[in-house]
Design a protein around this ligand. Structure first.
Ligand code: SAM
Length: 217
């Protein structure tokens, strides 16, 4: 997702009390930021934040951090949060490229990572940029608690097949998966749809989902 440049988006994010950027690394600070020791769940590539905001409303006992690369996209999430009458105490945002995620979270500081409709980077030479690549799994390995897991949804079947292939060689194991989430009663129970999920499933695209954890967990 890349919206056209929105004038003032960077400044809005820099001044917003719920937002951090790569210029202010926060590794180790999240309990202080939220003022409690609740588990931290993050979404990388959150887009306009609908999924994470819905989860934050449903689960006040979890702290949520949404990560988005582009100011012009993140600022739309902030507009929605600011328009809410009841402020959500359990959500924060980071504008950054997730390549540098380890500067933002200390080892074991994250309990769960959501990847939803991540950019497919279809050219082979860009495979390392895919958020489910072995390179990114190494980064997630550093920040997740030992029992931590990753939940990934996409309608891109090539990206899903690639992602399945990454799991075992990188030292992870598949806990559950489906190539058609909306017709899988078990995995679809309690599913919260993302913006892209709504759009692609309404076009008839089946949604794939996998849940993975480290082998030793
Ligand atoms: N997760 C949302 C959903 O499912 O509706 C948005 C999906 S959109 C296709 C992918 C989002 O990931 C875009 O907003 C893009 O800017 C962001 N993104 C892609 N690569 C990223 C990276 N390396 N770090 C942070 N965000 C990234």
């Amino acid at each position: 997702m890349r919206l056209r440049n929105i004038p003032g988006a960077r400044e809005t994010i820099a001044a917003h009390n719920l937002c951090f950027t790569e210029e202010s690394p926060q590794a180790g600070n999240w309990q202080d930021i939220f003022g409690n020791d609740h588990p931290v769940h993050i979404e990388i590539g959150m887009g306009k934040g609908r999924f994470l905001t819905a989860l934050a409303e449903l689960h006040p006992e979890i702290n949520y951090v949404g990560i988005e690369k582009y100011s012009s996209v993140l600022v739309r999430a902030l507009e929605k949060i600011d328009a809410q009458t009841e402020p959500l105490p359990n959500i924060r945002f980071i504008r950054m490229d997730a390549t540098d995620i380890c500067a933002m979270f200390a080892p074991g500081e994250v309990d769960r990572i959501y990847l939803n409709f991540s950019d497919p980077w279809p050219k082979d030479r860009h495979a390392k940029r895919r958020l489910t690549s072995a390179e990114f799994l190494k980064r997630y390995d550093q920040i997740l608690v030992p029992s931590g897991r990753i939940e990934f949804k996409t309608d891109n079947r090539d990206l899903f097949a690639f992602s399945l292939d990454q799991i075992e060689p990188a030292g992870w194991k598949l806990l559950a998966s489906t190539w058609d989430l909306h017709h899988d009663d078990a995995l679809n129970a309690g599913n919260v749809m993302t913006e892209y999920e709504e759009r692609f499933s309404s076009q008839g695209n089946p949604i794939c989902k996998m849940i993975i954890a480290r082998c030793e967990s």
